[in-house]
Design a protein around this ligand. Sequence first.
Ligand SMILES: [Fe+2]
Length: 476
Amino acid sequence: MSKPFPSNPLLQENFAPVMGECDAPELVVVEGEVPRDLAGTLYRNGPNPMFPPLGAQHHWFLGEGMVHAIKVEDGRVSYRNRWVETEQYKAQREAGRRLIDTGFGGAPLPEAAGVKRNVANTNIVWHGGKLLAIDEGNQPVAMDGDTLETSGSWDFEGKYKGPMTAHPKFDPKTGEMLFFGYMAAGPGTPDMSYTVVDASGKVTRSDMFKAPYAAMVHDFITTDEHVIFPIFPATIDVERIMKGGPTIAWDPKTATKIGIMARDAGVDTIRWFTGDPCYVYHPMNAYTSHEGGRTRIIADMMKYDRVPLFPNADGSKVTSDVLENSADLVRWTFDLDSNSDSYAEEPLSDLGGEFPRLDERFTGLAYRHGFYASLTGVPARGRPFDTIVHTDLATGSRKTYRPGPGKFVLEPVFVPRKETAEEGDGWIVSLVYDQGRNLSDFVVLDTGDISKGPIARVELPMRVPYGFHGNWRGAA
Ligand SMILES: [Fe+2]
């Protein structure tokens, strides 16, 4: 028998899991009209714990992943959601209870011996004809793009068996997928992997290197010429863990280290830049500039003063105002022609946020349009975002869409109006949770002016919990 979910803000309201898996073949468009040219599927992934935590600790990042798919075709919309059926999921489903804890450092129950923690809850990407659900500690898990049936862990035909970041990058020119893995030589190791997969899904390169220290490395950036590995002091210190300390902790004695390598060079050429301790879960984009005859990397980062959601390494108490800080969008410039190991920072916006995205046809290239989620109203419990932001980095201007009191937004995803559309010309697709109806809506915003509100709002049959990342797969 399972027990009830405990009182924890990250297990309540729209952070709480949904227990149903459903197929809704036709949804009601309750407002506006879905553009006929919008054809494809919005996939979203997020933690949806299938059973309550084992112990007192529960971390948002460790609930089992559930994928939601909103398919759009000829102005009509359907919905489907499924748990990602990892080995962890299957063992627990069979047992009818939780076997692997949702707290960091918690030991699995003896019945789960041999079952590796794999929640596959962070992102869901389409590449090389495969839909991949990813957390950052494991191989990706392949699912069917239509039925969402899980086919199992994917090791790229045996060519890469290590962990994979949930934030692979897709080169818009070559169709390649580039990714890294951290703790690639085992728990607590500073070893990282770097892998390139061609457009057809074949691994063309896979290397190992050592980061300056072991840390939680959530995301990275690629340009058309360079790869950037940012290491922030959310450290994973085996000695600390052995003494009973936290698995991942904020350790500001340690500097930020940013590794930069040319795409066509070996990992032994990675050059490490040093900066003040901070944390970035998500960069917006980066590009290589040759302006004025100097090679520079321009990297736009959603920067926190400290890592949210993790304790201090020295055991001191984390004050609540520290946890309530939001990230600021800043631009870092690395001068590769200078001998200095430092980099410059300038603010890009006075409105902070999270989940930065762009028109991904410009991934790794000079770009102008960015999108992210922000909080501009009165914070609700757990601080969900209530505003979608469209920022024009060329003019500094921005438009925002705030659906209104009691309504909260998920990550915005950009879809171009057509293949040849100008950068940023298209739609934002996202989900809005309405506390009053306890339901989520699929919304389509026109990037011509997102402040005008959705050009289409479609009611989903259930709410979609606050989660992490999603992507649009255009219809073939
Ligand atoms: Fe992420």
